[in-house]
Design a protein. Sequence first.
Length: 185
Amino acid sequence: MFSKFHDVTTEYKFAVEAGLTLANTIFAGGERLAALNLNAARELLEQSTANWKALLGVADVQSFVALQAAQSKPVIDNAISYTQRVYEIAADTKEEIAKIVAVQVADASAKVTNLMDNALKSAPAGSETAVATIRQVMGVANSAYDNASAMAKKFSDMAEANVAAAGQATLKAADNVTRMVKKAA
């Protein structure tokens, strides 16, 4: 009986530690996002104040338009950088959570396999077909999980590439607008 109690407490401890690791990972991601937001708000306030002061000192319309065009690029750059950092934080947090979940799934799969193996050892004679079917179903389930994980990773990589491409396209468009405004001024 002690062995069974020890097994239960060991499993409970493993589950609690995994839950705490998951919670700490989520909190760490939240802390990084909160710090990013506070820094972004501070930078935006400082940049806006400096921009307004500069705009208030302009004497003519052409200077106003030129200054406004010059001020728009850093704002766009900061917005793109902010978006990329938010995505990085989310991707990092998702990756850490996926690692924790993968360990839990692998452990649960191993335990189910072990349990099934032990149960099937005492299966009555002539049940080999049922045993083989059960093993095949377990193999298919594990394969499906592996395939789903691989697809999720591919989608995540594609999304990351799309975010980077969108950032570059936005920077290019902002440069074009800035050049057009400067020509018009």
